[in-house]
Design a binder for this molecule. Structure first.
Ligand SMILES: C[S@@+](CC[C@H](N)C(=O)[O-])C[C@H]1O[C@@H](n2cnc3c(N)ncnc32)[C@H](O)[C@@H]1O
Length: 220
C-alpha cells in the first residue's frame, strides 16, 4: 500500500484496551478488516456504491445509519482501537460493513474511482493552533481524493461545532471546483447555523456540542 501518506497525529488507544475489548478485536476484526483484505491483494469488496464514515469515534452515527439502511454497504474508518472494538461489539450479526482500522490516508488512494456515494466526516479533530492547521483532515488534496472516490452526485456529509474549523472547511470546499453546496451551514458564525436535521443521527462529540453545524456538499 501507499507509504507516503499524511501522518496521523491523534491517539490510537485509550489508557489501555480492556481484556474484553482486546478479545473483541481479535475475534471480530479479522473478518471485516478492509486494510488487511486489501493488503492481502484481494479485490475491492463492493460491487455497488457504498457509504463511508471517516473517524467514527465510538460509532454512534455509523451504527445508527447501518441500522436504518441495512442494505447499504458501509465502510467505517477509525484508528482509535477502543472505538473500533465498541463498534464491533454492537454490529448486528447481519451487516454489510467493513472496518478500516488505520489512518484513512492509507485508504483514500486505493479506493476505486466513483465507488462511494456518501462520505461522512463528523466532528473531525479541530487542531485549533495555527501551526497545526496542516494536520486538519479537510485539505484540498484530501478533497481531490474524495472527489475521485465519489460517484457523480455523491456527497460529503460534514459536521463540526468549532466555528474556526467550520470556516476552514467552507473555505476549502468553496475553492474546490468539484463540489457544490447542497445544505447546511454557510458561514463560521454559529448564530447562522441551521438546525441539525432530525433524521441525522448525532455522535458522542455532537451530543456534547452547544451549537453544531452540518454541511452537505455534492460532487458536480
Ligand atoms: C474528534 S473525534 C470525533 C469522533 C466521532 N466522529 C464523534 O463525532 O463522536 C475524531 C475522530 O477521528 C479519528 N481520526 C482522526 N484522523 C484520522 C485518520 N487520519 N484516519 C482515521 N481516523 C482518524 C480519531 O481517532 C477520532 O476518533
Amino acid at each position: 500500500m501507499h507509504s507516503l501518506v499524511p501522518g496521523f497525529y491523534g491517539r490510537t488507544m485509550g489508557k489501555s484496551l480492556s481484556p474484553e475489548k482486546a478479545q473483541i478485536l481479535s475475534e471480530k476484526l479479522p473478518a471485516v478488516n478492509l486494510h488487511h483484505h486489501l493488503e492481502e491483494g484481494h479485490d475491492w469488496p463492493f460491487s455497488n456504491p457504498c457509504w463511508m464514515e471517516i473517524g467514527f469515534g465510538f460509532a454512534e452515527h455509523f451504527l445508527a445509519q447501518q441500522k436504518q439502511n441495512p442494505e447499504i454497504p458501509f465502510i467505517g474508518a477509525e484508528v482509535f482501537k477502543n472505538g473500533v472494538a465498541h463498534c464491533l461489539k454492537h454490529l448486528p450479526t447481519q451487516h454489510k460493513c467493513w472496518i478500516f482500522p488505520e489512518n484513512v490516508h492509507l485508504l483514500m488512494p486505493v479506493i476505486p474511482a466513483q465507488s462511494i456515494e456518501r462520505i461522512f466526516i463528523l466532528f473531525p479533530d479541530p487542531w485549533p493552533k495555527k501551526r497545526h492547521h496542516k494536520r486538519r483532515l479537510i485539505q484540498m488534496a484530501f478533497l481531490d481524493q474524495c472527489f475521485r472516490a465519489l460517484i457523480s452526485q455523491g456527497a460529503l456529509y460534514l459536521a463540526s461545532d468549532v466555528p474556526d474549523l467550520v470556516g476552514w472547511i467552507l473555505e476549502v470546499l468553496q475553492q474546490h471546483s468539484g463540489f457544490v453546496y447542497k445544505a447546511g451551514a454557510t458561514s463560521a458564525d454559529p448564530t447562522t447555523w441551521p438546525a441539525w436535521p432530525l433524521d441525522w443521527p448525532s455522535t458522542r462529540y455532537g451530543s456534547k456540542a452547544a451549537h453544531k453545524a452540518f454541511m452537505i456538499w455534492e460532487k458536480i
